[in-house]
Structures are given as structure tokens and as C-alpha cells.
Design a protein around this ligand. Sequence first.
Ligand SMILES: NC(=O)c1ccc[n+]([C@@H]2O[C@H](COP(=O)([O-])OP(=O)(O)OC[C@H]3O[C@@H](n4cnc5c(N)ncnc54)[C@H](O)[C@@H]3O)[C@@H](O)[C@H]2O)c1
Length: 275
Amino acid sequence: MKNLLDGQVAVITGAGRGIGAATAKLFASHGAKIVISDVDKEPAQHVVNDICSAGGDAIEVCGDITDPAFPEQLVAKTIEKYGRLNILVNNAGFTWDGMLHKMTDAQFEAMLQIHNMGPFRLIRAASPYMRDEAKKEKAQGDTQPRCIINVSSTSGLHGNIGQVNYSTAKMGIIGMTKTVAKEWGAFGIRCNAVAFGFIDTRLTQEKNASESIEVNGQQVSLGIPGKVRESVSAMIPLARPGTVDEAAGAILLLASPYASYITGHTLEVTGGMGI
Ligand SMILES: NC(=O)c1ccc[n+]([C@@H]2O[C@H](COP(=O)([O-])OP(=O)(O)OC[C@H]3O[C@@H](n4cnc5c(N)ncnc54)[C@H](O)[C@@H]3O)[C@@H](O)[C@H]2O)c1
């Protein structure tokens, strides 16, 4: 099964590592041209090199998706290079956990910025090349495939201890997904979300071993406690975390022609956790 996305142009945020990087490589192997966007330039360039050395077509356009000016620049550079935009994957993200009674405003606000404001501004910036183009094409009777996939979490659907900020934002992106599906559906543009459970990435590494990132001048350590990793695995019917390639497969499924009548949906990708 090859070339499900032949010739389509995809922008993927947070594509320097983890789920975003795996999605970029999988999309490229199915014939899409990929714009790799990440706040970290070096890993993003590695993903571009991997795709290009495998015979694919990709560029990096790096920047902080929470910078109000960046989404417009990302779309402008995409159009400058490839002339169109078919698929948008809002994947960039991180966690900044803490119990509600101790959580700061900055901690809460950071999650709304990365998981809601960034995707909102990017979809708005893309609207001339997605919504408006699709409207014109529809009038001419010749529409290209176009869709948006927003990355959510089971924390958004079900809540999660220590993640009142993240779960609020990840539920917010589901509301955004359904609204875009309703506003843009008439032009043939689909918008879906994927709610991942436990995928093995640096966000879910054991806390001691994991990295930290800087958010507004503060160091935020990523990862989860080892005990939580063990207890979550015990709740998964498939009895293991998902791999980034399995996560990417779910995103490809929603971007592919096989999902042409699926919109406004949140696909839970959890190994069966929570059934
Ligand atoms: N790993 C899981 O179990 C899991 C579960 C549910 C949801 N998710 C979501 O999946 C998405 C991808 O996460 P991952 O697990 O692959 O983590 P990851 O840390 O491996 O990758 C996330 C990428 O996003 C980038 N990023 C972070 N902040 C950014 C910013 N301000 N601007 C641009 N890029 C930025 C990072 O540099 C990184 O490359 C996130 O939205 C996350 O919340 C992950």
C-alpha cells in the first residue's frame, strides 16, 4: 500500500521528534511533500535529511508555534515552496504537570498557548489556502483533498490527575476540531482529532531519565514517574505503550482517502485503554 497522499503538501508541527517526526516520514513515504516545523531546528533538519535521502521531498520551517507571528510565516513559506497546502497536522506539544492546588497561572496558560492558541492561529493562517481555495475549486467542480488533524489526548477526553492544564487544553482542541469540521465541511475539508493514550516518546519517558525544555525562561522537566509508567501499562489491554510508528499510522489513516467520509471525529489510539 503506497502513495496514499501522492503529491499532497503537508505541514506538520512538532515534527522534529516523536510522533510528529514519525508522521512526517510516513507521509513522505506515501508521496506527500512535507513541511517539518519545530521549535528545535537541529532535530527538524535531521528529519528533513532522512526524508530527502530516502527520495522524498521536505523542507524545515522552524519556529515557536506559540509566537503569534509564526503561524503566518509557516504558511507563507509553505506556499512559497510548494504552492499549496493539503494537510495540516497540529501536533507540537509538551506537558507541564502539577496538582491543581499548586498549579501556577503560567503553567496553566502555557498549555492553552501551545495546544489551543498555536493550532487556532495556524488554521486561521491556512484558511486562504485551504478554505478559500477549496471554495473556488468547488465552484469550478474540481476539488483537491484537504484535511486537518489535531493531536489530542485521553487526558482531554477523560481528565488526568496532575494535568488540569493539559486536559483542559486537549479537550479544547476537540471543540476546535468539531467547529472546523462544521465550518469547512461544505468545502470538502475534513477536520479530525486523534486522542493518544500512552505512546513511547520523551514526553512519557521515566522522569529521571528525561529531558527538560525552557518555557518563558523557566525549565520544565518532561516525562512521568516510573511508577505511573508501570501502572498505566497495566491498564492497557494490549499490555504495552504504543510506538511512534503506530501513532503515525493513526494520523495517516485519518489523512488518507479511506477517511473521506470521516470528519469531526476524535479517534482514540490507546491500545484499548479505557474501554
Ligand atoms: N506521547 C504520548 O503518550 C502522548 C499522548 C497523548 C498526546 N500526545 C501529544 O502528542 C503530541 C506530540 O508529542 P510527542 O509525545 O511526540 O512528544 P515529543 O516531545 O517527542 O515531540 C513534540 C515536539 O513538539 C515540539 N514543540 C514543543 N513545543 C513547541 C513549540 N512551542 N513550537 C514548536 N514546536 C514545539 C518539540 O520540540 C518536539 O519536537 C503532543 O501534542 C502531545 O501532547 C502525546
